[in-house]
Design a protein around this ligand. Structure first.
Ligand code: MYR
Length: 279
């Protein structure tokens, strides 16, 4: 039983890691002045953060369904099944696109997985699925493991300027609440697949400390964890945070990742996040 693993570009799994684990990637796009750029393929994160300094923030779009169909049909030549893992269906039509494409394609069984999150926290699912697929584990069993990870998986993030999320319509809160949040640095998270404020926090430092408290609650309850610090063009700050945490939590394996063009459009430069799950 050969199983392929697909994820979308918003998992921001570096190309080398995707090649190592044989993970197929389908890109989402950013659109600047009617011109579409597929992230990673046509625009890198570095180019994007340079570009937005000079231009209006772009909009984003999900991959065309035809690209999913094409990829699944290609995979059908070598694989019996595919597990397609995507960013939360509450913030993008990508997952639904994969589901629809799966229904159109013959000769391969398509399993779709809604990560209910995005960025490398979504990437964790793809990496885990790819490792199991490489060992020849049955796709149903891989899906079970993904649902098991979901039980302990969590992510928090903060933005410098909430107006990007508000403008893109990806903040699920009453208008009045958003108004009051614009004055602070709220800590955000996903609830029922959507982005909602987790707590009102006044400063970035306080928000970061609160995330560490939340990590500590889990990490200190025992077991081995895998975590990721994610930044939007703030690599030095993220690396420093990661090193501090590595020294404090030996039972947590930390990775560093970034918010690329599509997620960066909605969060804005300077955003920072952390996610983890119990291994
Ligand atoms: C689309 O156009 O379909 C893509 C929309 C992407 C919305 C992204 C909203 C921010 C997600 C933050 C994820 C943080 C994970 C730690």
């Amino acid at each position: 039983m050969k199983t392929a693993v697909v994820t979308d570009s918003t998992a921001y799994i570096p190309k080398e890691l995707r090649e190592k684990w044989n993970i197929h990637m389908i890109p989402l796009s950013v659109i600047f002045d009617n011109e579409t750029y597929r992230e990673e393929l046509d625009i890198s994160a570095e180019e994007f953060y340079e570009e937005v300094k000079q231009r209006e923030l772009p909009t984003t779009s999900m991959p065309p369904i035809g690209e999913f169909v094409e990829l699944f049909e290609k995979l059908a030549k070598d694989y019996d099944s595919v597990i397609s893992i995507h960013l939360s269906s509450g913030i993008s039509g990508t997952y639904q696109g994969a589901v629809s494409a799966g229904e159109m394609v013959d000769g391969i069984k398509v399993y779709t997985f809604d990560s209910e999150v995005s960025a490398m926290v979504q990437g964790f699912y793809a990496l885990e699925a790819a490792e199991l697929a490489g060992q020849g584990v049955d796709p149903e069993e891989i899906m079970e493991r993904l649902y098991q990870i979901k039980e302990t998986s969590t992510a928090y993030f903060m933005v410098d300027d909430l107006s990007h999320l508000q403008r893109g319509g990806r903040l699920s809160s009453a208008q009045a609440l958003i108004g009051s949040l614009l004055q602070v640095k709220p800590l955000l998270h996903f609830e029922d697949k959507k982005i909602v404020p987790f707590e009102k926090v006044r400063t970035r430092k306080k928000a970061m400390n609160r995330v560490v408290e939340l990590l500590a609650e889990d990490a200190n309850s025992g077991g081995e964890y895998r975590a990721v610090v994610i930044h939007a063009n703030r690599e030095a700050e993220a690396l420093e945070w990661k090193s501090e945490l590595e020294a404090q939590y030996p039972n947590v394996e930390f990775m560093l990742s970034y918010f690329g063009p599509v997620i960066g459009t909605h969060l804005g430069e300077g955003s920072m996040g952390m996610g983890w799950y119990k291994k």
